[in-house]
Design a protein around this ligand. Structure first.
Ligand code: PDD
Length: 282
């Protein structure tokens, strides 16, 4: 199957797509991105992803094209690759300068890159994962979906060394998020998740899970959660566009629900699958 990517107006084989060494994305990670799941040729929650792209662009002062043009780009990307289930990566940087300079020396044309990768979509309950708590070493604007992911990658590597699937990050004991996901906790029937402030990325899956929980008449609270509270939690799960809802069996030495997916998590996973089915049947 063709694997064509979009780069600044051209459709190219991924191996032929080249970005300048003077691109600010390469030199300074001066850019933003989105990851959008596609189920049966249909992008999921595309408007929410594009609105977040706009918020990220505004936060870094990057002028981007009207959102409708990214909507068409995503549709074309799916069509030209004849993709069924996929993950769209949309990356925007401030573009290539004539030389390295912290501040651009001239007005630049932003670089726009889009690709789609295969996505193994799950319709069952995923196996619960193990996570490890770690101090959040990243910057203080994690609400911006920036391509500057060095902190996230370092934390993922440290986590791998501990044979854990994902870090659970905290700042002085206050839980933030994962290196590439958000966290939810179930305590006495209530669903808790850290507030969408500057310390976390407001995940689109997170927003959708809150919406589904409300539709199911669950009691949901966006509230600070602390490491000290973990012992009192009945269930834990993580969310992201690529992992949807994943149950957490264990955080460090604490095991939740005997290492099995709990009932509230399972109910939300089923509701999530139903919402995917609705999208496909629309
Ligand atoms: N990561 N927090 C961080 C730091 C993330 O990188 C992500 C997503 C999330 C969840 O956001 P969403 O539900 O919108 O995917 C939270 C994507 C999937 C990635 O980098 O591949």
């Amino acid at each position: 199957m063709a694997n064509l990517v979009y780069l600044n107006g051209d459709w190219l084989a991924a191996s032929s797509a080249k970005v300048s060494v003077n691109d600010r994305g390469f030199l300074f990670a001066d850019g933003i991105y989105e990851v959008i799941p596609v189920y049966q040729r249909r992008p999921f929650l595309l408007n929410l992803h594009l609105e977040r792209l706009q918020r990220s662009a505004q936060a870094i002062g990057l002028a981007i094209a009207p959102l409708a043009s990214y909507q068409s780009l995503v549709t074309e990307l799916i069509d030209v690759n004849d993709s069924v289930d996929g993950l769209v990566y949309l990356q925007l940087t401030f573009g290539a300068d004539s030389h390295r300079n912290h501040l651009p020396s001239q007005p630049l044309t932003p670089t726009c890159y889009a690709s789609i990768s295969p996505f193994n979509v799950r319709w069952d309950i995923p196996t619960p994962v193990k996570v490890a708590t770690m101090e959040d070493i990243r910057w203080l604007r994690c609400d911006i979906k920036s391509t500057s992911l060095l902190g996230n990658v370092m934390l993922k590597r440290a986590c791998q060394q501990q044979h854990a699937d994902e870090p659970l990050l905290h700042r002085n004991g206050r839980i933030t998020e994962g290196a590439s996901c958000n966290y939810f906790f179930v305590k006495q029937g209530r669903l808790l998740t850290p507030p969408a402030d500057h310390l976390i990325l407001a995940g689109i899956t997170r927003t959708w899970v809150i919406e589904l929980a409300q539709q199911l008449a669950m009691d949901v609270s966006e509230t600070p959660v602390f490491l000290d509270d973990l012992m009192t939690m009945d269930e834990v799960f993580l969310t992201s566009s690529s992992r949807e809802i994943q149950p957490v069996a264990q955080i460090d030495d604490i095991i939740f629900h005997q290492g099995q997916c709990g009932p509230v998590t399972a109910q939300l996973i089923q509701a999530f699958h139903t919402s995917k089915r609705h999208l496909i049947q629309e």
